[in-house]
Design a protein around this ligand. Structure first.
Ligand code: SF4
Length: 381
C-alpha cells in the first residue's frame, strides 16, 4: 500500500498512510537510473523518513536497531509494578488537545521526533514481560499518541491474544480514526475501549481538541462500541471553566447508550498540568474534583470514583531494573530524542533519554536523574 506524490522539490512515498519517505527529486531521478524503485525506498541513505500526521522525523524501531523496548516513556512498554502493562507502539497524534499532558499533535512545540515499532519486535518484548508477570495480565495500548495511527494495530492485537498470560486487551483512544468496520474487526479481540470524549458541543469540541473535531463520527463510534461485545468506558477530562456543563451531558450520554458492561461506564479524569504538557489556567483541587464526582454519583446512581481494583488491577513485581538514580554511564547516542535537547542512547539493556547537545554517533557521559517505573532520564556530565 504505497501512495506516491510530489511536494515542491521532493518525491514522496507514503506507506500505510503513516510513514512518509522523502527524496530530493533530482537525487531520486539519478538513483532511479541505477536501481528499482522498491530498492531505493528500502535501502537508500539519501532519504528523509517522516510521520505523515505530525510531519516530524520518524524512527522505525526494529530488533536490528538495538533499541530495547523498556526505559522510555513514549514508546515500548511501561511496567508500573502491577498486572497492567502499558503498550506504546507509536508516537504522534492527529489531535492537538488544549489539555494534552504530553504536548502532542502537529502543533506541539516540544516534540521533535516520533517513533514506530516493528510489530514482531514489540511482541517479543510483550511476551518477555508478560511471562515475568504471570497470569491475568492486562495489555493496555496507550501512549503519547493516538494508538489507531499504528498501521499494524490489528496484527499486534491478534498476536497479543496468543500470549497466554494476557487476559485483557484494552486501548485508550480519541476514537476519531475508528469506524464500524474496524469495530467489527476488533470484536472478539479487544476487551475494552477507553474513549476520550470531553465535549458534546461541536464548537467547544473544536476548541478543546485544537482542530476540526469530527464530533458526529465519534458519537457514532461510541454507539457502535456500546452495541458490540467490546466494553466501552467513556473518559472525559474535566477542564474547569471550560467543559463543566459538558460533563453531565457526557454522563447522561454514556448511560443512555449503555457504556460499561463488565467495567464502569465512565472514567472522568481530572485535568493535571504536567511538565512538558499543555497548561490551562484553571485547576481544580483533588477535594473539589472528588466532591463533584460524589454529587454526580448521587444524582445519576453511577460509580464515578474509581479504584484500580474496579479494573482488576493488582500489585505485581516489577520487571527487574538494572539502572538506578545517580548511576554514571557512558554510551553512544543512537538517535535524536523525543523532545528538543534530548537524545536516545542504550545501556544495560535499556533505552535512556539523555539531555545533551551532542550529536548522533558520539559518546556521552551522563548521570541518571530519573529512574521511576523503569523509565530513565540522564543528564550529561
Ligand atoms: S488525543 Fe491524547 S495524545 Fe492526542 S493530543 Fe489529545 S490528549 Fe494528547
Amino acid at each position: 500500500m504505497i501512495v506516491e506524490y510530489e511536494v515542491g522539490d521532493e518525491k514522496v512515498f507514503l506507506l500505510r498512510r503513516i510513514v512518509e519517505i522523502r527524496f530530493k527529486k533530482d537525487i531520486y531521478e539519478k538513483l532511479l537510473k541505477k536501481y528499482p524503485k522498491e530498492y531505493i525506498i528500502s535501502f537508500s541513505d539519501r532519504k528523509r523518513i517522516l510521520h505523515h500526521t505530525t510531519g516530524r522525523e520518524l524512527i522505525y524501531i526494529t530488533k536490528e536497531s538495538g533499541i530495547p523496548l523498556l526505559g522510555h516513556s513514549a514508546f515500548g512498554l511501561i511496567d508500573r509494578g502491577t498486572n497492567l502493562i502499558q503498550i506504546r507502539p507509536i508516537t504522534g497524534c492527529n489531535l492537538n488537545c488544549i489539555f494534552c499532558s504530553v504536548d502532542e499533535g502537529r502543533k506541539s512545540v516540544t516534540k521533535v521526533t516520533d517513533f514506530i515499532i516493528d510489530p514482531d519486535y514489540m511482541i517479543d518484548w510483550i511476551k518477555r514481560v508478560s511471562e515475568f508477570k504471570g497470569k491475568g495480565v492486562e495489555a493496555h495500548i496507550d501512549g503519547q499518541a493516538e494508538p489507531f495511527l499504528y498501521p499494524y494495530i490489528i496484527e499486534l492485537i491478534e498476536k497479543m491474544r496468543e500470549i497466554k498470560e494476557i487476559e485483557i486487551i484494552s486501548v485508550q483512544t480519541n476514537g476519531t480514526l475508528l469506524n464500524e468496520k474496524m469495530i467489527d474487526e476488533l470484536e472478539g479481540k479487544m476487551d475494552r475501549i477507553n474513549l476520550s470524549i470531553s465535549a458534546l458541543d461541536e464548537e467547544l469540541a473544536n476548541k478543546i481538541y485544537g482542530c476540526k473535531y469530527p464530533l458526529k463520527k465519534v458519537i457514532e463510534v461510541a454507539e457502535s462500541i456500546a452495541n458490540s461485545k467490546i466494553d466501552l468506558l467513556i473518559a472525559p477530562v474535566w477542564l474547569p471553566g471550560i467543559n463543566d456543563r459538558e460533563i453531565e451531558k457526557i454522563v447522561e450520554f454514556a448511560l443512555e447508550i449503555g457504556a460499561g458492561k463488565r467495567y464502569p461506564p465512565l472514567g472522568i479524569q481530572k485535568y493535571i498540568p504536567y511538565r512538558g504538557g499543555r497548561k490551562l489556567k484553571n485547576i481544580m483541587t483533588f477535594k473539589e474534583f472528588y466532591d463533584k464526582l460524589r454529587d454526580l454519583e448521587k444524582e445519576y446512581g453511577v460509580k464515578l470514583i474509581l479504584k484500580p481494583k474496579d479494573f482488576g488491577i493488582e500489585r505485581r513485581d516489577r520487571y527487574p531494573s538494572p539502572i538506578t538514580r545517580g548511576d554514571i554511564i557512558s554510551s553512544r547516542i543512537i538517535s535524536n530524542g523525543r523532545n528538543k535537547g534530548e537524545k536516545i542512547t542504550v545501556a544495560k539493556g535499556r533505552v535512556i533519554s539523555v539531555i545533551t547537545n551532542k550529536k548522533v554517533g558520539e559518546y556521552v557521559k551522563y548521570r541518571i536523574i530519573r529512574s521511576k517505573d523503569g523509565i530513565f532520564v540522564g543528564e550529561e556530565i
